[in-house]
Design a protein around this ligand. Structure first.
Ligand code: DP6
Length: 325
């Protein structure tokens, strides 16, 4: 038995679209920081047949996804001449509250990868662990590490040709993610289906070209702790990803009127008080307000004034870890 714990991450330069959907090889590099909370624990156990249970209800699609992840982990470990026991059972204990706009897949599949690696006789490198996680969910590769993390293409075409790397450790820069989730009945198309349609957007090729510069500027901004520079590239990239989503077939409109209202008000607050705060949105209407320590109190007050919104606060976290077994 092997148990691991992990958390979500928030992308500053977004991953959208794959060059290989089954292996979740991203079409472009991305940059995120790992969150300190909320966490997910995954227990992997040697069993007679595949099974997955959870504290949350699992759909048939969820179970199939775990199964496929396990098949791909076998496939990848074979290339390293490593063998897993043939059948594994998983139990997922999620502490991610519903409705806060923090997709749990990054936390779940990075924890799964670390738990599975704990059953091997040989220790894997961090890059190898990130590949294992990426095979379950692209962004999960980044949650394997703490602090500021990239998911980078390595220039080849194999199952291992995109890996996560740490750009700066957890204590490099004190940033907070104040999450404002507008309540919504908006039906969400999952990222996996969304990635598969990304290339149908007439804007996709341009996005892939532009993202190179944004990625290097984003990394530079993190290394220099240059908030203004980070704000410029992170906001541009988030809006650019949503433009791509909205112009792909079928179009995906994840942002709501509430999202636009919140970001307009946040911009006005930032201008009025010269606050180091930026906004970014993933595949949903939730606004992630990322700020430096000096802006935290004001942004928290702003968040608490939003009616019908769920608020969640996290700082930078240390990434997935094996906790027992
Ligand atoms: C918009 O990693 O959730 O959050 O591989 O299908 O699980 P799957 O996709 P996922 O895609 C992340 C999309 C995003 C941007 C990001 O986190 O970089």
């Amino acid at each position: 038995m092997s148990t691991a714990r992990s958390t979500p991450n928030i992308a500053l330069i977004k991953y959208w679209g794959n060059r290989n959907n089954d292996w979740r090889l991203p079409a472009a590099d991305s940059l995120s920081f790992t969150l300190s909370e909320p966490c997910v624990d995954v227990i992997a156990t040697v069993a007679d047949s595949f099974a997955v249970t959870s504290t949350k209800e699992l759909s048939e699609k969820d179970v199939e996804r775990f199964k496929r992840h396990l098949e791909l982990m076998h496939e990848y470990l074979n290339t390293l001449n490593l063998k897993l026991p043939e059948h594994l059972a998983f139990h997922v204990d999620s502490h991610i509250p519903p409705g806060i706009g923090l997709a749990s897949s990054a936390a779940v599949f990075s924890a799964t990868a670390i738990a599975v690696a704990g059953l091997l006789e040989q220790e894997l490198t961090t890059e190898q662990l990130s590949v294992l996680a990426r095979l379950g969910s692209g962004s999960a590769a980044r949650s394997v590490l703490g602090g500021f993390v990239t998911l980078e293409n390595t220039g080849t075409d194999g199952i291992d040709s995109a890996v996560a790397r740490q750009v700066a450790p957890v204590d490099h820069w004190e940033l907070w993610d104040i999450v404002i989730a507008p309540s919504t009945t908006h039906k969400k198309v999952g990222s996996t289906e969304g990635h598969a349609g990304a290339a149908t957007s007439p804007h996709f090729v341009q996005r892939l070209q532009d993202i190179r510069l944004r990625q290097s500027n984003g990394i530079e901004a993190v290394l220099m702790r240059d908030f203004e520079k980070l704000q410029t590239v992170a906001e541009a990239d988030s809006l650019d990803m949503h433009h791509c989503m909205a112009t792909q077939q079928p179009p995906l409109h994840y942002l709501s009127n509430e999202t636009y209202r919140i970001i307009r008000e946040l911009e006005a607050l930032r201008r009025g008080q010269h606050l180091p705060v930026l906004y970014t949105m993933d595949a949903g209407p939730t606004v992630h307000c990322i700020c430096e320590a000096e802006a935290k109190k004001t942004v928290e007050t702003f968040a608490s004034q939003q009616s019908d919104c769920t608020i969640f606060i996290a700082k930078i976290g240390s990434g997935a870890e094996r906790i027992k077994g």
